[in-house]
Design a protein around this ligand. Structure first.
Ligand code: OGA
Ligand code: MN
Length: 290
């Protein structure tokens, strides 16, 4: 059976059928997935139930991976997963949910703000691949916003205002927005801001998109409050329901998104319930600012 894609979101996001990700990926299927990502920006593979090794093999058959080193508040001996994975769960090394007040949990709650993965790194992420191993009894959806459709729908004056702008991104900015400021000096140095363009052009389709993220805290050359309002207005525009697909997880689902063309956020869920989500990430081509 050949791979098929059925659109499930308002203007993007497709659900893929007719492929078993446990099998080695053929060149044709890899090409079809990349083409699907170019078009839909989010692809859903239902109930594939990949183990870590299978997820990694599938990820590497699509490109070179980004490592997750020093991007969370977990110490080097507190990792549940190897650094080839981003541990997006709420679980400690013993697979127990973090206590409500645990600063690792409170930092990770920042994923509930709209963002694009690794926009706080000089070379930000290309695709993210998120695999659900355990899901809570309620809540915990992941929402995606189509930043191409959002760009297209801007008026000409706003497009012109955004053109050529450069933003500064840091996890200190995103966490600051939810009142998490309790960083050590070492963490502040590790999370030093990086620059990203505000508008991106997709290398294959040529479509333009807004490159927004909760990590964006300023626009180079702008007064901070004015930049904050502009970025907030853009994000509010871009995350209207007409641009959003909400994914309701089933155990074993794998969802891939293109961070260059979308934003995403997790939704709240009961703190005491395990939510075991494991992410592999494809590295971007290079910095967005020359
Ligand atoms: C991520 C992320 C959202 C979620 O994996 O990068 O933001 O719903 N995940 O867990
Ligand atoms: Mn994320």
């Amino acid at each position: 059976m050949a791979m098929t894609i059925r659109q499930v979101g308002p203007c993007f996001a497709g659900e893929v059928d007719g492929i078993d990700l446990m099998q080695p990926l053929s060149r044709e299927d890899a090409a079809a997935i990349h083409a699907g990502m170019d078009q839909y920006a989010v692809l859903v593979f239902r109930e594939q139930a990949l183990e870590d090794g299978q997820q990694m093999a599938f990820t590497q058959s699509l490109g070179g991976i980004e490592h997750a080193i020093g991007t969370s508040l977990r110490g080097p001996n507190e990792n549940r997963l190897p650094t080839t994975f981003a541990d997006v769960s709420n679980l400690d090394k013993e697979n127990k949910p973090f206590a409500r007040e645990d600063r690792r949990r409170l930092f990770a709650i920042g994923n509930q703000l709209w963002h694009s993965d690794s926009s706080f790194k000089e070379t930000p992420a290309k695709y993210s691949l998120l695999n659900a191993h355990a899901i809570p009894s309620k809540g915990g959806n992941t929402e995606f916003a189509d930043m191409r459709a959002a760009y297209d729908a801007l008026d000409d004056e706003t497009k012109a205002r955004a053109e050529g702008q450069i933003c500064e991104h840091s996890q200190v900015y995103s966490r600051g927005k939810i009142g998490f400021t309790d960083f050590t000096d070492e963490e502040r140095a590790r999370f030093a801001p990086v620059r990203q363009v505000l508008l991106r052009t997709h290398p294959v389709t040529g479509r333009k998109s807004l490159y927004l993220s909760s990590h964006a805290g300023s626009i180079v050359g702008w007064p901070v409050p004015e930049a904050s309002i502009f970025l907030r207005d853009l994000a509010e525009h871009a995350t209207q329901r007409e641009f959003v697909y909400a994914h309701e997880w089933r155990v074993g689902d794998l969802v891939i998104w293109d961070n260059r063309q979308t934003m995403h956020r997790a939704r709240p869920f009961p703190a005491e319930e395990p939510r075991d989500m494991r992410r592999t990430t494809l590295a971007g081509d290079g910095p967005t600012v020359p």
